[in-house]
Ligand binder design. Structure first.
Ligand code: UDP
Ligand code: MG
Length: 314
């Protein structure tokens, strides 16, 4: 198998026929055996039925039927366990990721890029969603410990080596775009205009998007855990200034109206600093536990060279 197209599907019966129609000529035009892997993420509409029909019509279509709705990121992760291609393209079922870009992505893959991700120059969605997405990708890029490309969704091409690394990552809270960035290898962007949904309602509600965003931040940044420490130091700094003021008022301006409160404020500031810093220390240890539990590989290797020689000698 040369190429796999992976599509997560949740209640997309209105889009599947059109999706297949748009993908078919592209699959025909590719220079190797191609499979279209549909992951049915517990759809409650006709999607599964349509998948069966497509499979009967075209042997290149395979599907995985998840037992219930597990969410987009898990559906993609599930599909990655099944795809057989040397290059895997992940795209949405609603035709927001133009299939016509697939040959261009493959051309870049042939130029030895292991990850080609779609980057949106413009998206045609309501202003609120665009604003949230704009803010989110920038905050994440700023806070994340790995370099996160902005305005990129799950639309991408992955080399087999990258797929194998992703499959080997045992982490349960999966933010696929983040993991993809974490993996490394040679990555490049392909710019595109993101059209609106072909049909149907967006499956990402506001709460689902928010939980995706929180998951992304928590999975790829330690800054939130350090918040207590930072606040603690800030509080400590203010306590120090207060301390100097208390001394000053005590000896040089005993009649200042604030002199009486000052010692109480100082005590509060000092205690809150002590508490916040202690919480921060707990956070550091919890962060370590979290890192260990995520059990990401320590490194990913894209090439080794010269080891054969040693082997031959012995
Ligand atoms: N999707 C899924 N499971 C879900 C939600 C969405 O498999 O629980 C699929 C959906 O069918 C689509 C893709 O994920 O193919 C992206 O969903 P959507 O278009 O709603 O997201 P948006 O484009 O609004 O970010
Ligand atoms: Mg969509």
């Amino acid at each position: 198998m040369h190429y796999s197209l992976l599509v997560p599907v949740y209640n997309e019966a209105q889009n599947l026929p059109q999706l297949y129609q748009r993908l078919q000529p592209i699959m025909d035009g590719l220079d190797g055996a191609t499979e279209l892997v549909l992951v049915n993420d517990g759809s409650r509409d006709d999607s599964l039925h349509l998948m069966r029909e497509l499979h009967q019509k075209d042997q290149r279509v395979c599907y995985i039927n998840l037992a219930r709705n597990f969410g987009h990121q898990i559906a993609v992760s599930a599909g990655l366990q099944f795809v057989r291609g040397q290059a895997v393209v992940i795209l949405d079922a609603d035709l927001q990721d133009p299939p016509e870009l697939i040959p261009d992505m493959i051309a870049l893959w042939k130029q030895d890029y292991q990850v080609v991700y779609g980057q949106r120059i413009k998206r045609k969605e309501n202003w609120f969603k665009r604003l949230c997405a704009y803010g989110f990708y920038r905050v994440l890029a700023y806070l994340a410990s790995v370099d996160m490309p902005r305005d990129t969704g799950d639309f991408c091409l992955l080399d087999r080596r990258v797929v194998d690394v992703l499959n080997a990552m045992p982490e349960r809270n999966r933010y696929v775009r983040g993991l993809r960035a974490w993996v490394g290898f040679r990555q490049t962007a392909i710019l595109y205009h993101r059209p609106p949904r072909y049909a149907g309602e967006p499956k990402y509600t506001f709460t689902k998007s928010l939980s995706l965003a929180i998951n992304a931040l928590v999975s790829f940044s330690r800054v939130p855990l350090r918040l207590a420490t930072y606040l603690g130091f800030l509080s400590g700094l203010v306590a120090l200034i207060m301390f100097i003021l208390v001394i000053y008022w005590r000896f040089f301006a005993p009649n200042s109206p604030l002199a009486g409160y000052a010692i109480v404020i100082l005590a509060v500031l000092f205690l809150s600093a002590a508490q916040l810093i202690t919480i921060g220390i707990l956070g550091e240890y919890i962060g370590r536990i979290y890192e260990e539990v995520k059990a990401r590989p320590l490194f990913t290797v894209s090439e080794v060279c010269g080891f054969e020689f040693e082997e031959n000698k012995s």
